[in-house]
Ligand binder design. Structure first.
Ligand code: SF4
Length: 396
């Protein structure tokens, strides 16, 4: 509670105007972030904190931020993290003696969403009587790619934020499909507090952002609003334990996790962990025989710990190039063949990826097809290549 009290005390943004050395007027913000001790307080202990206490921090944090806000909004992708935010905010509103549905929710519909997300969005909006605002981008993914002159390898492999070769296409894409519509509606609606579902254990970049800004801060440059991150220090395991504990409905995409690689000593591992494997509802014999391919998220978390390699889908853009390097094309090929074909042929991913296939895969295809594949002719043979070896784009 002291940490949350400190956030409230310390995050008090004020704008200062002054002249720089050249006599030009500049503005400077003060009090946008809490001190390091406050920002690091929950990080330093989150690994040893039980879920019940994390839930308490989160609700108290939301209550504090709501009490300082006139027009709050929850940013919701209908993925599990933002749904936990909505659920916790509803609890916070009840504790404040308010209607749990009395808060704006915004969904950035990228026009590139899975049908499971759309179905779930309708279901939960009705169930929880959500006051939902939906944004639409000004351009589609296809337009963004075409305007850029087509797909290049940087779209798949350059990290967002890496400006060495100019602004990567993936960054422009996120700007147009997600950030710009969100900025426009935040300004139009005059939202002064954004509740977001960022979690630090998702990536090192998110961890850095979490430690830099903390759980509650004022975003003077990007959003011009306060931002609260109620589940910043929750782990993925916390999230799924909480979902189970509270019986929170989630979208069916989370049931489609794929085992990409079995460990070398699968039989030994399965034998040594029989009870654990059965406790999450997995068939012990099928797993030992390497017959299991699709598992739910709770099972995926356990298997990852046991040394299995998994692809775990996320809600968000269905045709995103960013996860291609993690085996996304295999997952999409096996689960959504029409989407796979649209990515390969309509969006031009096939032409870009075919020139990047590893040498040994290319040689194998050359052997089966009986022709030599060169940088000049490989694109012409794209369909035949995928016919003789459908898994060509599975791994990079
Ligand atoms: S997540 Fe992927 S497809 Fe979606 S906007 Fe960002 S780069 Fe584009």
């Amino acid at each position: 509670m002291k940490v949350i009290h400190n956030y409230a005390l310390q995050v008090n943004p004020t704008m200062e105007e002054k002249l720089n050395d050249k006599g030009k007027k500049i503005t400077r913000w003060n009090g946008t972030r809490a001190d390091k001790e406050t920002r690091y307080a929950h990080f330093n202990i989150h690994k040893y904190t039980i879920l019940k206490d994390k839930e308490r921090w989160s609700i108290d944090l939301i209550k504090m931020s709501l009490q300082r806000s006139v027009k709050p909004v929850i940013s919701c992708s209908f993925g599990i993290d933002s749904i936990i935010d909505v659920y916790l905010t509803r609890k916070a509103l009840i504790e404040l003696g308010r209607d749990p549905s009395d808060i704006d929710i915004v969904w950035n519909d990228t026009a590139n969403e899975f049908k499971e997300v759309r179905q779930y969005q309708k279901y939960i909006t009705e169930l929880w009587k959500l006051r939902l605002y939906v944004t639409k981008p000004k351009k589609t993914l296809k337009h963004i790619i075409d305007d850029n002159g087509g797909i290049t390898s940087d779209y798949f492999f350059t990290r967002k934020g890496d400006r060495r070769g100019g602004r990567p296409l993936s960054e422009k894409c996120c700007g147009t499909l997600k950030h710009d519509p969100m900025k426009r509606i935040t300004k139009d609606m005059q939202w002064d507090l954004l509740v977001v579902g960022l979690r630090a254990d998702e990536s090192s970049q998110r961890l850095k952002a979490g430690l830099r800004d903390g759980e509650y801060f004022y975003s003077s440059a990007e959003w011009k609003a306060f931002v609260v991150r109620p589940i910043l220090w929750w782990t993925e395991k916390d999230v799924w334990e909480y979902v189970e504990q509270e019986g929170i409905p989630y979208n069916e995409l989370y049931l489609k996790n794929m085992i990409q690689e079995y460990p070398m000593n699968t039989e030994e591992i399965v034998f040594a962990n029989k009870e654990l494997i059965e406790s999450v509802g997995l068939d012990y014999y099928d797993l030992g025989d390497r017959e299991t391919q699709i598992v739910n998220r709770k099972q995926a978390i356990i298997l990852e710990k046991l040394g299995f390699k998994l692809f775990t889908p996320r809600t968000g853009c269905m045709m995103c190039p960013i996860p291609v390097k993690y085996g996304y094309m295999q997952w999409i090929r096996l689960n959504y063949d029409k989407v796979y074909n649209a990515m390969v042929y309509n969006l031009g991913y096939g032409e870009a990826l075919v020139s990047m296939i590893p040498k040994e895969v290319r040689e194998e295809i050359e052997y089966i097809m009986g022709i030599e594949l060169t940088p000049e002719n490989i694109h012409i043979h794209l369909r035949e290549i995928l016919e003789v070896k459908p898994c060509t784009f599975d791994k990079f």
